[in-house]
Design a protein around this ligand. Structure first.
Ligand code: ZN
Ligand code: ZN
Length: 564
């Protein structure tokens, strides 16, 4: 639906945020001038635990699909999932290269490979201060600091004026890799005149400055000094700086380092290959070698800082990891913030860790995590340097965007630095032309929920569920267990709707599904069985696997766990 039906004049720049404005995650924005569209970032968001059957969430791509053939480039600011996780889904809509720094592209590559996408010659590495041209756009990459290496902001010269997009940033004045935020270039561009600034709002509600990545060194030194057993540190698998700090400390305190968990092992391997992470020879060991070393000689860097049930830390916590065991004297550190919504899952994992007798250390107890996003004073500094005519807060929920807008107005209150704020949300079309700027209309935007077991298949939540239901039906498994031991009570009741296989086969299939659940529960430890969240997920995974194997179908599986 269009609120403004007057035709767009040919000299209008249109900027359309397609994700990340009004929510955290799935950042994506499109710039169009004439027949050329450029996309900035293509991120994902992770689902809430109650979004059953959903593995990832990406922005609705309808608007880009309508522009197929005109989308001439995808430009990436950095390698976090909320900026590159959606690249395999957006890639087929791009009629040109994908630009990003070497490290960003190295993290994109395995995603494309996993999706069977041929990207030969399409990934173009760029360096800070390098300039590329895409149709009417001239794009310069500007070094910024964040919680991972090789992050850039974008200065985009358009026929309507210069646009600056900050990507994610904080101003780390003692960057671990010596690569400083290019404040000079921001100031130069600002003094030449910037039409619009699009800036990260994630930490707008924190006072002062965020602080350097190096701030955690002291807290970890204390932990290394006082820990007599194994040290397990869970962090985001993209936190390369955190990994480097911990590797350095491990060398200093004579511990071997194991990278535990698929994404962490993969990212550390990529980072080492490209020289962004340095691990001295003889320090790294495989996770399968951990048990061959004395506890006090080992540091495990592991995945699972968000309580993800399949991640390494969750396995370790319930004593179900093949190679890494923990017990008394061992220390588990959560070196990450809890993403809102994950607190319960994280709490459950920490309960299990404590049951093993190990000590738990979180951000609240010691300074073991620093945010990668700039706080209020850093956001003000960037505004002061850039002095844009228009300001568009990005990356945040509405309240953060709105607060960032207020801050911008305070910073830009002098007579020579008037700013006009455009408080946009996903799908708003922001037009810039010689008459000024405005939010003109709304295009299709929203979320697409992805079930990665159905590669390539995309639909919104309702559609996806309907497809499951229409094509493969619905299976509800009602499983009763005892509260104390998690033992199965009676037989699991499996109910199906619209699940059609050969005549007479359905009964057998459902009966066997019940048997499979009983077997699963029988081989699961008491500790796991009494963890309802974990068990529900386990049953869901098992049933999906069962039905796919036995019938080739993927019904919508809804486990209902009743504690008696
Ligand atoms: Zn980021
Ligand atoms: Zn981000």
């Amino acid at each position: 639906m269009s609120l403004n039906t007057s035709p767009v004049s040919p000299d209008t720049l249109e900027v359309v945020p397609l994700g990340g404005l009004g929510e955290f995650g799935m950042n994506m924005m499109a710039l169009s001038f004439g027949e050329t569209t450029v996309v900035i970032d293509a991120g994902v968001m992770f689902p809430d635990p109650d979004q059953l059957g959903v593995d990832l969430i990406i922005p609705d791509l309808t608007w880009l699909e309508q522009r197929k053939g005109q989308v001439k480039a995808l430009v990436l600011t950095h390698g976090h999932e909320d900026h590159i996780g959606g690249v395999p889904h957006v890639f087929p809509l791009i009629d040109g290269p994908v630009y990003g720094t070497a490290f960003t592209l190295a993290l994109v590559e395995p995603k494309l490979t996993e999706h069977g996408i041929d990207f030969t010659d399409r990934l173009k590495p760029v360096r800070p201060r390098e300039v590329i041209t895409v149709g009417p756009f001239t794009i310069e990459f500007l070094r910024v600091t964040h919680s991972m290496p090789d992050c850039v902001a974008l200065a985009i010269e358009t026929p309507a004026g210069t646009i600056i997009h900050t990507g994610d940033f904080k101003i780390d004045q003692t960057p671990l890799d010596g690569e400083h935020f290019d404040l000079q270039r921001f100031a130069e561009l600002g003094s030449r005149g910037v039409l619009a600034l699009f800036a990260d709002s994630t930490n707008v509600d924190r006072r002062g400055f965020t602080g350097s990545e190096l701030e955690v060194v002291e807290g970890f030194e204390e932990i290394f000094t006082s820990t007599h057993g194994k040290l397990v540190v869970a962090a985001f698998s993209s936190s390369i700086y955190r990994m480097q700090i911990l590797v350095n400390l491990a060398v200093q305190f004579e511990r071997k380092v194991a990278f535990v968990g698929r994404s962490l092992a993969q990212n550390s391997e990529i980072a080492q290959r490209l020289g962004y992470l340095r691990v001295p020879a003889g320090v790294q060991i495989r996770d399968s070698d951990v048990q061959n070393y004395a506890s006090q000689d080992v540091l495990c860097l592991s995945t699972g800082s968000q309580g993800e049930p399949q991640a390494a830390l969750s396995r370790i916590a319930i004593d179900d990891h093949r190679h890494v065991k923990i017990g008394p004297d061992d220390v588990v550190v959560l070196s990450a913030r809890a993403i809102p919504g994950n607190e319960k899952a994280i709490g459950r994992v920490l309960n299990h860790v404590s049951r093993r007798g190990a000590e738990v250390i979180t951000d609240g107890m010691k300074h073991v995590h620093v945010s990668g996003h700039g706080s209020e004073e850093e956001l003000k500094l960037v505004l002061s340097l850039v002095r844009p005519r228009y300001f568009v807060p990005i990356h945040g929920e509405y309240r953060q965007l709105s607060r960032h807008a207020h801050i911008a107005q305070r910073v830009m209150s002098g007579p020579d630095r008037k700013v006009q704020v455009l408080l946009a949300e996903d799908g708003d079309v922001i037009q810039f032309d010689r008459h000024g700027a405005r939010i003109a209309e709304k295009v299709t935007a929203g979320r697409v929920l992805i079930d990665t077991t159905r590669v390539g298949e995309v639909g919104d939540e309702v559609l996806r569920d309907r497809r499951h239901l229409a094509g493969d039906g619905l299976v509800v498994a009602v499983v009763a267990i005892t509260r104390q031991t998690g033992a199965l009570v009676g037989t699991p009741e499996i109910i199906s709707r619209g699940f059609v296989v050969g005549a007479g086969e359905e009964d057998t299939l459902l009966k066997d599904a019940g048997t499979a659940i009983a077997a699963l529960i029988g081989t699961t430890s008491v500790e796991e069985r009494t963890d309802q969240g974990l068990m529900t997920e386990k049953i869901r995974v098992e049933l999906r696997r069962f039905f796919k194997k036995r019938s080739g179908r993927r019904p919508l599986v809804l486990p209902v766990l009743m504690e008696i």
